[in-house]
Design a protein. Structure first.
Length: 144
């Protein structure tokens, strides 16, 4: 084989590789962390203040899984208080698994979530307030 055929073969292999990489990159799912990230950044001070308030509590909110039941236990300071807020199960690698629930704890500070949370690794973002302060907490949870 002469050098002309070698150059053509090299070019064909290179072009095929580039076409394959372009195809793979176009078919890759790239979810954003937040679809409205600019709006979220404008109110990020609320998250910082809530995190500072939550750090002053005796314990952090705790996510537990027993069997197929996922529960949230709020800190002891929150028991018996009227709490409002949201609980977001944020799946980093698949936004279709994200679930948001209103915070509805009982008098013991416990909330039980329905079985609609699919298996995966989640960052649980809890944003709540009592009558006086805003609180914000994040924790990792592995739901199986």
């Amino acid at each position: 084989m002469n050098w002309g055929y070698k150059i053509v073969c090299t070019f064909v292999v290179f072009a095929s590789m580039i076409c394959y990489l372009a195809y793979r990159s176009m078919s890759l799912n790239t979810d954003l962390v937040d679809n409205e990230y600019y709006k979220s950044e404008l109110v990020y001070q609320h998250t910082i203040d809530g995190s500072n308030s939550a750090n002053l509590l005796s314990t952090a909110p705790e996510i537990k899984q027993t069997g197929h039941t996922v529960t949230l236990q709020m800190p002891s300071e929150m028991k018996g208080k009227p709490l409002t807020g949201t609980v977001l199960f944020f799946c980093i690698y698949n936004s279709a698994k994200d679930k948001s629930f209103p915070l509805k704890v009982n008098e013991n500070g416990l909330q039980i979530f329905p079985d609609s949370i699919t298996a995966g690794n989640y960052t649980v973002k809890i944003d709540w307030n009592d009558d006086k302060k805003n609180y914000y907490s994040e924790s990792k949870a592995n739901i199986f």
